[in-house]
Design a protein around this ligand. Structure first.
Ligand code: 13P
Ligand code: 13P
Ligand code: MG
Ligand code: MG
Length: 369
């Protein structure tokens, strides 16, 4: 069996009633486009949504950043955008920042998480998709899953996992090219923590097994507001994580999501809110949020996907959702104040900046005698 590639490409191309969810017709349009035009290129595909973002998962043998695969997804989103416009959906074509396709979709708006793998006899993996947040939202879960035996019992129990992992971390403030660092666990876990504590700037891009050299995880690291230079919506991120054997068990990958950590995003992409684990195809609601993350588990054989198992569709996660709602309500009580709204550098609208510019003229500097 040749190597196979898992690709997730996702975009917000329009949504019903504000930034809630795509219409059924829009979702169907994207799914049909991929089914029809992906023949002969893709082995298999799955299309779903998380909040207002549509994610296309595909399997193929073409490797990562493949022009034909990326172009197929881009064209599916372009075709979907036409439907979104006809239906009068909000933000039609929101994440398609360029007029024409060139090479691959990185830097063009859609989020991408891909990996090329040597299929194991059983190949379980997880597809994460988050809305109303940004790629740094995966920092804490990735750290805890791959570095902390409080979440990953395999670090104590499984010799392969105990050998540790290599983290590739991007500095997303650098926009001229990809700027990244490679750090190994367990010896560099404090250095990794120093970077990951600042999720606006440093973002986990991928994780690799030191036991086998195989890739364990891939996260979309694009930041739309760095691409566009102005507000275009949050760069709602997707991620792929392989599980079992020399990778963490599925439950160890899910475990950190119990925390529902405060992340950047929420209303107008400019607030802090708890990351709520949700069921597949969940919409957005309270205060254009809270930030949500879905997780679909698959197995893949010769590139053929099983149906997804909805990892957060379980009574345990109902309890976490209640907890996340309480955390959301608590931080919303302080509205715009302090930690509830993001720092100036992360605000996705220019309103505050414009006001400050005006007020600056009215400030008085008292002359000392
Ligand atoms: P494996 O031994 O098949 O990796 O499974 C272990 C497991 O999933 C325990 O949670
Ligand atoms: P999206 O990035 O999900 O489109 O949300 C934008 C927004 O402003 C929500 O309030
Ligand atoms: Mg939107
Ligand atoms: Mg979105």
């Amino acid at each position: 069996m040749a190597k196979i590639t898992l690709s997730i490409i996702k975009a917000d191309i329009g949504s019903i009633g504000g930034h809630i969810k795509p219409s059924e017709k829009l979702l169907q349009t994207v799914e049909n486009y991929i089914k029809i035009h992906g023949k002969g290129l893709l082995i298999d595909s799955y299309v779903g949504h998380t909040g207002d973002d549509i994610a296309i998962l595909s399997t193929h043998t073409k490797g990562v950043l493949n022009e034909r695969v990326h172009k197929l997804c881009w064209q599916a989103f372009v075709t979907g955008t036409k439907v979104a416009k006809i239906q009068g959906l909000y933000g039609a074509g929101q994440d398609l920042l360029k007029d024409s396709f060139s090479g691959n979709v990185r830097g063009m708006g859609p989020a991408v998480a891909e990996m090329e793998i040597e299929e194991r006899p059983a190949e379980p993996f997880l597809m994460f998709a988050a809305d109303k947040t940004d790629p740094g939202a995966y920092n804490l879960p990735m750290y805890l899953t791959f570095c902390d035996p409080m979440h990953n019992a395999g670090l104590l129990l499984s010799p392969g996992i105990k050998k540790g992992f290599k983290f590739v971390i991007m500095d997303v403030s650098y926009t001229k090219a990809d700027k990244f660092i490679e750090l190994n666990t367990p010896e560099n876990i404090y250095d990794i923590a120093v970077l990951l504590r600042d999720p606006n700037r440093f973002v986990v891009e991928s994780v690799w097994s030191r036991a086998t050299g195989e890739q364990a995880a891939s996260v979309s690291t694009t930041r739309l507001h760095n691409i566009a230079g102005k507000y275009t919506g949050k760069d709602d991120p997707v991620a792929l994580v392989r599980s079992q054997k020399d990778f963490p068990a599925t439950g160890e990958i899910l475990s950190p999501y119990s925390i529902a950590p405060y992340v950047a995003g929420f209303m107008r992409g400019s607030h802090s809110g708890p990351l709520m684990p949700v069921k597949k195809n969940s919409p957005i609601s309270f205060f254009d949020g809270p930030p949500i993350v879905s997780c679909l588990a698959f197995c893949v054989k010769d590139g053929k996907l099983t149906e997804p198992a909805d990892a957060f569709d379980h009574p345990y996660w109902d309890y976490v959702r209640v907890k996340a709602s309480k955390k959301a309500e608590e931080i919303r009580r302080q509205g715009f104040y302090g930690q509830a709204m993001l720092p100036m550098s992360e605000l996705e609208y220019t309103g505050v900046m414009d006001t400050l510019k005006e007020l600056e003229k009215k400030f008085i500097i008292k002359k000392s005698k």
